[in-house]
Write a protein that binds this ligand. Structure first.
Ligand code: NDP
Ligand code: MN
Length: 377
């Protein structure tokens, strides 16, 4: 038996849909965001105006950067406790939304901390606090998933914490706010979404519902991500925004695979973007996984959905898409030197075998992982 969580999520889509925040029944709104993008584009001011018009007192907490770590969450939590909100609105990329997910849970359960979050079962539901997520990148799907990825600096590792309590009460998919994404963010976050769809589709846990979503998202992203990158039209941004959410709904029930395992280890060590690392890893990981005829067959099905034939044609298409999006072809091109990669290489290999790699459809040994990393470099 497998319990799917698809329903129970409220998702509002459409241009201008951030205005729906005005219907929130709350008195004090704590707005969590990233570095500066949402302030610069004027979105924070708009959200504050919408909430204030609805009678809410607002407090903005910014500065949650890339690969948010445990300290970033605890700092935000302290500020949140001072303000005492009844709704948390997370707006930005996956980094601030994930940090906000954990802040929200710890706020409701003051007895929780990161030590027990890693070892014990997390509570399955939030208590009082309402939680709204408004993604400004098109990639992570975090607005609909039960995962929050946090960097544990002392372990040089990103860990995906999971509980249905992390699923926002409301996700607002307003593509207007994605229009300011720089080209590399469009490319990297889009490839994150594609990696979710593909790792879901070839996962051993794949079920019929997840498979339909994952295949649809794969085809949709292949069709629209290049348009979103090159032409920057609202239509294409909206399509990619929806397909990345579909990929999130898909993988939330299956788990991911080795591309994410590698990306979480490299991201924890080198602080590079999550989507960028996935994009670089994906073709290498698929080539390794395609040794298994079952996986090769699944990749052939994905190939068919984009008008190609055969598993290897699908891998070639992923490489082509990376090139179209100006994604570096190797870790070296992404700025990781040989010396940096080799420093505590055994520790890195060990970290790459953790997390999502455990859900990889083909088992992988330390020796094989070392080879994959060397190829990627
Ligand atoms: P980030 O949230 O790290 O944002 C990347 C960059 O994009 C930042 O510099 C940010 O600027 C900028 N940015 C975001 N939105 C806009 C915009 N609309 N206009 C201009 N600039 C913008 O990137 P991702 O969205 O890729 O999130 C990655 C994180 O999500 C990783 O930590 C990853 O592990 C996690 N993740 C979580 C999943 C889950 O299910 N929970 C699934 C997959 C990934 P600024 O900082 O100024 O806002
Ligand atoms: Mn991801």
């Amino acid at each position: 038996m497998k319990k799917l969580i698809l329903g129970g999520r409220a998702i509002i889509t459409g241009r201008g849909s951030i205005a729906e925040l005005g219907n929130i029944q709350a008195g004090r709104a704590f707005i969590v965001t990233g570095g500066s993008a949402m302030q610069t584009s004027g979105i924070i001011a708009k959200l504050e105006a919408i909430l204030q018009a609805a009678g809410c007192v607002t407090c903005v907490y910014g500065g949650i950067g890339k690969n948010p770590d445990t300290q970033a969450v605890l700092d935000g939590l302290a500020s949140m406790r001072n303000f005492r909100p009844d709704v948390l609105v997370a707006v930005g990329g996956g980094s601030p939304i994930d940090a906000a997910k954990v802040m929200a849970l710890f706020y409701d359960y003051p007895e929780l901390d990161f030590a027990c979050a890693q070892t014990a079962e997390l509570p399955q539901a939030r208590k009082q606090l309402q939680f709204v997520a408004i993604p400004s990148t098109s990639g992570t799907g975090t607005e609909v998933t039960r995962a929050a990825v946090i960097t544990f600096r002392e372990l040089e590792l990103k860990i995906g914490l999971k509980t249905p309590a992390f699923i926002p009460d409301l996700a607002i998919l307003d593509a207007d706010i994605t229009m300011t994404m720089p080209d590399n963010v469009v490319a990297e976050t889009g490839m994150d979404a594609l990696t979710h769809a593909v790792e879901c589709y070839i996962n051993r846990n794949a079920d019929d519902v997840s498979a339909v979503l994952a295949k649809g998202a794969t085809a949709g992203l292949f069709a629209w991500l290049p348009v979103s990158y090159q032409e920057r039209t609202i239509e294409s941004r909206e399509k990619v925004h929806h397909y990345q959410c579909m990929a999130g709904l898909a993988f939330d029930n299956t788990g991911l695979g080795m591309a994410h395992g590698i990306s979480h280890a490299l991201g924890g060590k080198f602080n590079l973007g999550h989507g960028l690392l996935n994009a670089i890893a994906l073709p290498y990981v698929l080539a390794y996984n395609a040794q298994d005829p079952v996986v090769d067959g699944r990749l052939a099905e994905l190939a068919q959905s984009i008008g190609r034939q055969g598993g290897s044609a699908f891998i070639a298409a992923v490489k082509e898409l990376n090139r179209q999006l100006a994604i570096p072809a190797s870790l070296a091109e992404a700025g990781i030197t040989c010396a940096a990669l080799e420093e505590d290489f055994a520790g890195l290999v060990e970290n790459c075998l953790k997390g999502s790699t455990r859900a990889n459809p083909v088992p992988v040994t330390a020796g094989q992982m070392a080879e994959i990393l060397k190829h990627m470099h």
